[in-house]
Each structure stands twice: as structure tokens, then as C-alpha cells.
Design a protein around this ligand. Structure first.
Ligand code: CMP
Length: 390
């Protein structure tokens, strides 16, 4: 069973509440401050005792969390799956090691340092971590290639400096490990300055190693950055694909057209009562409703559009301003098609273009029929001033 389904299936509701999360942050903060403070030798004994009590309370909190989670999951027979899942292992690591090492006689000051494992609980709230894991997995080969270059330069530099400098500075370059230490600090551009080559050749090599260091880390950064961007695009594509297939108007599209459109669309999640387009403003995109509902503010009667409908096409087709204000009535997910992509897509798919044009013409005619000429020019924006705007 996947991590997600385990969590969804049986997570005890209070553990997902905001209040619990705040409480968990608080306990974590208190625990880590106490752990840090008890390492200070000058601490008054009374304060130390109180801090240790604090640490026991924090540990008790995490034990209670583990027990309640396991108990709540035992109803759906997923307790063992939870304990073997990543979050279960982290919860276990937060509670087991400290009592175990105290039991086997490790001094309390050292044992409580294991409270630093509590920090792992924060990983549950950092979505970027799974993304980073995936990027590293996908980019493993190029990252490994750069690592190999790093190791080659490291070893060559270490050997060269050992050969050149050991006679003059035996205490700094007298062994290969010492020279390698210099090479690591130089290659990572840390340059502590504790070991500096004295010979001319040694300094030349040092310069080359520093430049190589910049190159290696530049490459690493570049690989990770493009990996992150590609992964984001991939996730967006999957999400957009799912949303596009939910729009009935696009159901007749062939798969290549859906792929093209999926690349072009941007997702927009909106709360209710958010103004999406305002009457009279220029239009630079159209919208498909993937979920939720919007209201097109018209006189005498507004019109509601729900999942599958589109809007914002009239300004693009006529090159004029928006003909109506559109406001969400429910939390909604919209797919945005920018004007440039709109033109490209309509040129590639004339059938769809005709349908959009016919609907725009029908809407334009309906508006003309119901709206007296003199009202059409008047601004009706005031009534929406309290709404949020995209
Ligand atoms: P646009 O003029 O770009 O911005 C406002 C949008 O409201 C408009 O495009 C249409 O998509 C939509 N709209 C305008 N009139 C109607 C109508 N009568 N029925 C449904 N939608 C409309």
C-alpha cells in the first residue's frame, strides 16, 4: 500500500488539524531548545532539572502521538503498514532511541542529543523533499558524472600538492590525507587558509583547482535546477492532463491535440467570490472551468457557468474589452489559455475554433437582445468592488 493511501485511509483526524500541527511545532521547539540548553556546563542545576523534565514531557507527547496513531489505524488493520511507512519510522525514531540508550547506560547529556531526531518530523510538512528525492533519482547519472570529475580533480590536486609541498611544509602537506584535506577545502572554494601552498607550481595548481571547484559546483547547481524545472513541468502536465479530460467541451479532441493543449494551459485555483475578469478591461486569455462555478454578471439576469464551460473568448475573438464581469461563486479550478496560445491552437484546430466562435456569437446576440442600448455602455463595476480580484 502506498504511503499516501495509508495516510489517507486511517489518519486520525485530529492529527491533521491546524491546532495539532501548531502544538507539534511548539513541543518540537521547546524540546530542541531544552536539548541545546542542557549542554551548557554553567547551567544552574535547578534549571537543568527543569529542562530535563521538559524533555521527558516532549518525549511523552511523541509517545502519546505514536500510540494514538497506531491505535486509530488498528481499526482498519493498517497499524503495521503505518509503522513500516516513512512517517511511522520517523515517529518510532522520535521515541525509541532515547530510552534505549539511557537504559544501556549512556550519560543523560549524550542520550538527550538524540532529541535532534525529532526534527525529522518536520519532513512531513516539506513537500519539496519528495521533489528533491525524485530530481536526484532522475538526474543520478549526470550528478554522478560530475561527482567523478570532482573526485578526479581532488585526487590529482592532492597528489600534486603532496609531491610539491611536503618537503617545505611537512605539518600541512606531509601525508596524502593532509593534502587531500587541502584539496577538498580548495575545491569546494571554502579555503580555510590553514594550509596554503608555498611553491610557485603549488600555487598554480591551487588556482586551477579553485576554478575547477567553481565549475563543478556550477554544473551541480545547473543539473539540479533544470531537474527541478523539468519535474515541475512534468507534474503540471499530469495535473493539467487530468483537468483537460474533465472539460466535456474538449472531449472530442484527438490525443495529440490534448497533449498540445495541456502544454499550453495554466492552472488557476480560486476561492469563491473572486473576480476573474472585469467588464471593460482588455482581455489577454480565455478560461475553461475544470471544477467549480462562475457567474457572468449580466443585466437583467446573471448567468452561471459550471464545469466544462468556457468564458473570456469574446474579448479575444473581437479584439475588444471584456463584455462582462465574471466572478467565482464556488472555489474553482480554471485552466487559462493565453491569447498567443489561443490563436495557435485555434489555427491548428479549425473545428474547435468554429465551435468557440459560434458560442461567442450566440452569447453576443443574447446580450444584445436582453440589454437596452443605453445600459450597455454603463459601468456596473461598483457592485463587485468588495470581491477579491485575481
Ligand atoms: P469576454 O468578453 O472576454 O469576458 C467576459 C465573458 O463572459 C465573455 O468573454 C464570455 O465568455 C462570457 N459571457 C458574456 N456574455 C455571456 C452570455 N450571455 N452567456 C454566457 N457567457 C457570457
Amino acid at each position: 500500500m502506498s504511503q499516501r493511501s495509508i495516510d489517507d485511509l486511517s489518519s486520525f483526524a485530529p492529527f491533521r488539524s491546524r491546532l495539532f500541527r501548531i502544538l507539534q511545532y511548539l513541543v518540537l521547539a521547546v524540546g530542541l531548545v531544552a536539548m541545546t540548553a542542557i549542554t551548557v556546563p554553567e547551567l544552574p542545576p535547578v534549571l537543568r532539572t527543569w529542562l530535563v523534565v521538559c524533555l521527558w514531557c516532549c518525549l511523552g507527547f511523541f509517545v502519546a502521538e505514536l500510540v494514538i496513531k497506531s491505535w486509530s489505524k488498528s481499526h482498519s488493520n493498517t497499524a503495521s503498514a503505518y509503522l513500516l511507512s516513512a512517517s511511522g519510522i520517523i515517529d518510532l525514531m522520535a521515541v525509541l532511541p532515547i530510552p534505549v540508550v539511557l537504559f544501556i547506560g549512556v550519560p543523560a547529556d549524550t542520550a538527550w542529543l538524540l532529541a535532534s531526531l525529532w526534527l525529522l518530523k518536520l519532513t512531513a510538512f516539506v513537500p519539496g523533499l519528495s521533489l528533491l528525492g525524485r530530481v536526484i533519482a532522475v538526474e543520478a547519472r549526470p550528478l554522478a558524472s560530475v561527482l567523478v570529475i570532482f573526485l578526479i580533480v581532488l585526487l590529482f590536486a592532492g597528489v600534486a600538492l603532496y609531491t610539491l609541498e611536503r618537503a617545505g611544509q611537512p605539518e600541512r602537506f606531509g601525508s596524502l590525507p593532509l593534502s587531500l584535506w587541502w584539496a577538498v577545502s580548495t575545491l569546494t572554494t571554502t579555503g580555510y587558509g590553514d594550509s596554503v601552498p608555498q611553491t610557485f607550481l603549488g600555487r598554480m595548481i591551487a588556482g586551477i583547482v579553485m576554478i575547477c571547484g567553481l565549475g563543478v559546483f556550477g554544473l551541480w547547481t545547473g543539473i539540479l535546477a533544470t531537474g527541478f524545472a523539468a519535474e515541475h513541468r512534468r507534474r503540471d502536465f499530469i495535473q493539467n492532463w487530468d483537468l483537460v479530460t474533465r472539460v466535456p467541451f474538449l472531449h472530442n479532441l484527438a490525443p495529440p491535440a490534448i497533449i498540445e493543449l495541456t502544454h499550453m494551459l495554466r492552472r488557476l485555483d480560486l476561492a469563491e467570490r473572486t473576480v476573474v475578469v472585469r467588464r471593460g478591461r482588455p482581455g489577454d486569455c480565455m478560461y475553461f472551468i475544470a471544477s467549480g462555478e462562475v457567474e457572468v454578471k449580466l443585466d437583467p439576469q446573471s448567468i452561471r457557468l459550471s464545469r466544462g464551460a468556457f468564458f473570456g473568448e469574446m474579448a479575444l475573438l473581437e479584439g475588444g474589452p471584456r463584455t462582462a464581469t465574471v466572478v467565482t461563486t464556488l472555489p474553482s479550478t480554471l485552466l487559462i489559455l493565453d491569447v498567443s496560445n489561443f490563436r495557435v491552437f485555434m489555427a491548428h484546430h479549425p473545428d474547435l475554433a468554429r465551435e468557440v466562435e459560434m458560442e461567442a456569437a450566440r452569447r453576443g446576440q443574447a446580450n444584445k437582445d436582453v440589454l437596452p442600448e443605453k445600459q450597455r455602455g454603463e459601468s456596473r463595476l461598483e457592485e463587485y468592488r468588495t470581491d477579491k480580484e485575481v
